[in-house]
Write a protein that binds this ligand. Structure first.
Ligand code: ADP
Ligand code: ASP
Ligand code: MG
Length: 628
């Protein structure tokens, strides 16, 4: 007998008929001999409607009262679902987050789970009840109601599954939704997207964090940290869905497993920043202290000792970001600029750790669509590009009638250029072709002799055991790589196709590119930096100079073989703002300058001066309390 945790999303409980279907699924699992817990979201568009109601009263409602309001949505669903199960003849009990003791911190609207008391859940299960639990909510230490952030019911389900596993139950977790599983990209935007058989925790974490709304990314952090196998499947069928599981060998045979689109980010640029150690720390630690997660970060050196720092944050954090940075901007004598509407397209795949040529293929497909890349950043298993969007009228947001459409889906329609780019990239990697796991096998890509970063994090289990709160940051290792060099191209005209031209030349020479950062440095000019193996620096530099001179004689490629790359490995590293803060803080305290930054959920990479590499490694190990 196992404990089956089933989660039903908003569309899967949107009306009485769907609630009855969910109840039948839970009862079936019980009749199969399992103990059953059901986690439910608010019905249909309830949460959107509640937010709209609050905005009828106030444009800036307090976060505490919003949580009080939003938590009611899930309370309706649990009562109805428990009634449905009882109506079908089984014992059921509904419980709210506060009732069972899901304790969170006090960050209203994006609270993190600290601990879950499993005693009431066990009691109800042992007396034969199907336990119906409200997703998305908890209470802080003052007994105030908190919510976990939009889409947070997934996180409740996996966190509860993890807590029950720790309490000794043999747990399985199923996420029921309105699609058949995790697809190579959003099937609503790219109709020939394919359902995957399985995806690794790291890939799903990256996909979700890069915009694949099918799972709340924080739920995957729990799954990876506590080893909870998940299946995403359709609430309206019995079809086998997609397993989200630890990485298997075959997954790394695919350079790219999926593509994601995000259209809810704002791009800001700090210009005229003094180029000295500690400035990044000042900027990003201020944002981290305000609990703002920064996504893409691109610093460029510029001229006259002044640097430009470009970065993106969620649109919902835009105003808070501007306010937080105002005093720093004034102190640094810099300027804060905002770019208009942007979309971000990312490719994700565990195979990228060992395979090269992905950037070149991605940029070439975007160049063919005349898509201009305003910013590029990489992580160890993803590449993201930022695209300028067209400004559309409000008509694009009108509901065409019929079935109510999720607000997120309506929003996605505005990302016209992003959707076009998403389709182009999806097709460039052959993701609609059938094969096990979906995606294109390695074939014509280059293979790295050794992965730059070991795919498995060191000693994760013992790191988890040391955590105070369930959702605390998990940093499990720091590595130093002294075998890389950097090439920086300045004055690159900001036109479609230029990045593709550069990386095609490098890829044709069989040279493996690792980190890539591109940022705008002025009107119509960009700076592009990337790392290559030290032994390939001379030929790569020669090629880069030849190719950029043919683009524009004002362009220049310069090489630097005096760099070291440091990687900090863990889980949920980008969204836990504390990681960047600790890293920047520790390096700034030693006066170590950060020349390049690479962020992802599972790995933060920084380029520093080669002479300071060993010292930086030691100081990061101390900062993250790592012994090995
Ligand atoms: P729920 O209400 O069940 O939590 P969500 O709307 O949060 O459902 O998630 C399901 C939706 O996620 C799908 O309808 C689909 O449009 C969207 N989606 C985005 N990316 C993907 C992807 N890669 N695979 C599957 N669905 C995706
Ligand atoms: N009801 C919440 C939301 O709409 C949580 C969830 O559905 O996961 O964001
Ligand atoms: Mg969801």
């Amino acid at each position: 007998m196992a404990l089956v945790v089933q989660k039903f999303g908003g569309s899967s409980v949107k009306n009485a008929a769907r609630v009855m279907e969910a109840a039948r699924k839970a009862i079936r699992a019980k009749h199969d001999g399992h103990q059953v817990m059901v986690v439910v979201s608010a019905q249909g568009s309830t949460t959107d409607d509640l937010i709209a109601k609050a905005h009828e009263i106030s444009t800036t409602p307090s976060a505490r009262e919003m949580d009080m309001l939003l938590a009611t949505g899930e309370q309706i669903s649990i009562a109805l679902t428990a009634m449905a199960i009882q109506e079908l003849g089984e014992k059921a009990i509904s419980l709210t987050g506060p009732q069972i003791g899901i304790v969170t911190d006090s960050t209203h609207r994006k609270a993190r789970i600290k601990k879950i008391d499993t005693s009431r859940l066990s009691q109800a299960l042992e007396t034969g009840h199907i336990v119906v639990l409200a997703g998305f909510q908890g209470t802080d230490e003052l007994d105030d109601i908190t919510t976990l952030g939009r889409g947070g019911s997934d996180t409740t389900a996996v966190a509860v599954a993890a807590a029950m596993k720790q309490a000794g139950y043999d747990v399985q977790c199923e996420i029921f939704t309105d699609v058949d599983g995790v697809y190579t990209t959003d099937p609503r935007i790219v109709p020939d997207a394919r359902k995957m058989d399985a995806i690794s925790y790291d890939e799903m974490l990256e996909m979700a964090s890069m915009g694949a709304g099918v799972m709340h990314s924080r739920s995957i952090e729990f799954a990876k940290k506590y080893d909870v196998p998940l299946m995403v499947r359709n609430a309206q069928s019995d079809a086998v869905g997609t397993w989200i599981v630890p990485e298997a060998e075959w997954m790394t045979e695919i350079p790219v497993c999926g593509v994601a689109l995000a259209y809810d980010e704002a791009r800001l640029s700090l210009e005229g920043v003094p180029d000295r150690p500690g400035v990044s720390h000042q900027v990003f630690s201020a944002l981290a202290s305000a609990n703002i997660a920064v996504d893409m970060i691109a610093q460029s050196v510029g001229s006259g000792g002044k640097a430009t720092i470009g970065f993106t944050v969620m649109n919902t954090d835009r105003e808070k970001t501007i306010k937080t940075l105002q005093p720093i901007v004034a102190e640094l004598g810099a300027t804060l600029r905002e770019m208009g509407k942007v979309s971000k397209v990312s490719v994700v795949g565990a195979g990228m750790r060992t395979v090269s040529g992905v950037a070149e293929r991605m940029f070439r497909s975007l160049a063919a669509e005349k898509v201009n890349l305003k910013m590029i950043t990489t992580g160890d298993i993803k590449i993201s590009v930022l695209i300028e969007e067209e400004e559309l009228g409000e008509d694009a947001m009108k509901d065409p009638g019929g079935e109510p459409i999720k607000k997120a889906h309506l929003e996605a329609r505005k990302a016209v250029r992003g959707r076009q780019a998403l389709r182009a990239v999806h097709s460039a990697f052959g993701l609609s072709q059938p094969r096990k796991g979906a995606g294109k096998a390695v074939g014509d890509f280059l293979r790295r002799p050794v992965p730059l970063v070991p795919p498995t994090a060191v000693d994760r289990a013992s790191a988890v055991a040391r955590l105070d709160g369930m959702e605390d940051i998990l940093v499990s290792g720091v590595h130093l790589n002294n075998d890389q060099s950097r090439i920086t191209i300045t004055n690159l005209p900001d036109l479609p196709g230029n990045c593709a031209t550069v990386f095609t030349a490098i890829a044709e020479a069989g040279i493996l590119v690792d980190m890539i950062v591109q940022n705008m440095t002025g009107p119509n000019r960009a700076e592009l930096s990337f790392t290559v193996p030290r032994s390939d620096l001379a030929p790569a530099l020669k090629l880069a100079n030849a190719v950029v001179k043919s683009i524009d004689p004002a362009c220049l490629a310069v090489g630097d073989d005096q760099i070291a790359v440091l990687y900090v490995l863990g889980v949920g590293m980008r969204t836990h703002t504390g990681v960047a803060k600790t890293m920047f803080g520790a390096l700034a305290a030693r006066g170590i300058n950060i020349a390049m930054i690479n962020t992802s959920e599972v790995c933060l990479g920084v380029v520093v001066d080669r002479a300071r590499g060993a010292e930086a490694l030691a100081c990061l190990k101390t900062a993250f309390e790592l012994t090995s």
